[in-house]
Design a protein around this ligand. Sequence first.
Ligand SMILES: CSCCC(=O)C(=O)COP(=O)(O)O
Ligand SMILES: [Zn+2]
Length: 234
Amino acid sequence: MASSHGATDNEHLVQSADPDHPANLICSLCRKFYTLGWVTGTGGGTSIRHHDHIFIAPSGVQKELMQPTDMFVMDFNKREYLRKPTVLKPSACTPLFLAAFTRGAGCCIHTHSQWAVLVTLLVERDFGKDTCFEIQEIEQIKGIPKGRGKVGNLGYYDRLRVPIIENTAHEEDLTESLEEAMEKYPDTYAVLVRRHGIYVWGDNVHKAKTQCESLDYIFQLAVEMKKLGLPWTK
Ligand SMILES: CSCCC(=O)C(=O)COP(=O)(O)O
Ligand SMILES: [Zn+2]
C-alpha cells in the first residue's frame, strides 16, 4: 500500500512517539550534525542498526530536513529492504554503513567536516604504504575506545591512529578500501577519506556520536597545531 508520502507499506517500522526510535534519532542527530557543519549541502549522513533492522536515510536530500517516514529499513541478514520510500533512493553510503554493522557497530556516522578533510590534506600520501593520522598526549584521546573486544578507552599516553583512504568518484566505490582499512587497523572506530570526510562508528548511537565529537575536536586541534608548527606525536 502506498502512503501519501509515496512510501511502500511497513510504515509502522518508522513511526513511533519514542524519540529514541532509530527513525526519529537519525532525523534529530542529523539536525544537530548540520549545525556542526558535518552534513551540510546533502553530504554526510547517519545509519543505525537496531537488532536485525538497519535504518538508512535517503540519498541526495537535505539531511537536516528529513522526516522519519523518509527512512529506508533493511533486513540486515537478508540484505533486503523491508521499507523503501518509492520516490527516494537509499544513501550511497549504505555499503559503507553495512561494513561497520558487519563489524558489530550499532551506529555509523559519515561527516563532511572540514576539520576531517583538512587533516587528510596535512598527512602526506606515502605510495605503497598505509596512510594514517597519528596523535598523542591530547586529553580528548581518552574519548576513543582502545579497540573492538578491548576494555576501556585510550589513555593519555596512547597513540590515536586513524587510517586514511583515497577518495573515489562515487561514494559506494569506497567500500573495498574502507573494508581493507578496517582489516589492517582492527582497533579503529573511524576511517578518514581524503578530500571527503570521515566514517565513524560505535557500539551504539551514544558511542558513535561521542567518538565522532572527540575526533572532530582532535582534528580541529591538529590543524591549529600544524599552523603553529607544533608536532602531533612525540
Ligand atoms: C554533496 S554530497 C556528495 C555525496 C556524498 O559524499 C555523501 O556523503 C552523501 O551521500 P547520500 O547518498 O547519503 O546523499
Ligand atoms: Zn560523503
